[in-house]
Write a protein that binds this ligand. Sequence first.
Ligand SMILES: [Fe+2]
Ligand SMILES: [Fe+2]
Length: 260
Amino acid sequence: MNILMIGDVCSTPGRTLLKEHLPSLVEEFEADFTVINGENLSGGRGITEKNAQEMLNLPVDAITLGNHAWDQIETEEFIDHYPQIVRPLNYPEPCPGRGIAYIEKCGKTVAVTNLIGDALMHGLIPCFYTMNNQYAEIAHNSDILLIDFHAEATAEKIAFGYFMEGKATAVVGTHTHVQTVDARILEGGTAYITDLGMTGTLNGVIGVRREIVINNSLTKINRRFKQEKSKPWQLNGVCIQVDDDTNRAVAIERIYRIYE
Ligand SMILES: [Fe+2]
Ligand SMILES: [Fe+2]
């Protein structure tokens, strides 16, 4: 089984890139399953139902989120109707949506989850503790576990990768919007990368118009961010090859494409 995991899809450029190129990427990598991070789908801020549907009409099996999960008020209303949309697992119990999706594909049960890191992020239930408590049940109910670890600090992401080595089929980092070059297979067949990168414009500051970010930094006046939309655009992610007998990852390849 081949699994595509695509980094934070940002705004109109990100959605357009997936509409134009995801079907051919699926063909190129012979992908059976695709996960995208959708926390920035709608103007960089969260996910509207319209944009969720747009993505789910593509060969997208699951959408993970992150710290921008609730930026659109409507998300709280529709999220429960979409079993493919996964919000961070470490929100407290009354939070709407689900922290784990169990999706049947190619005769396997694929569990997809999403956690927000503790370091430099707003306080949720500690992520290692959350996974430690839930891992036995997830493992019991699934063949393959894919984790989108949405976090700021590289060391915390690496530690989480080791924490789940031999347990998860993949631990991929998201949130920084910058792809790291450390994709590898950890012991026990866990595919790992510190960050998938982003899918959207190349010349903004992680998706935002650069002049606003520079001016805010210079003047300390915090003007509202606007998304950069100019080309070139970038599509970032990985393809993970999973052994059908063991459900362990055997290879991970970085995808870093620039479109003029
Ligand atoms: Fe993001
Ligand atoms: Fe984020």
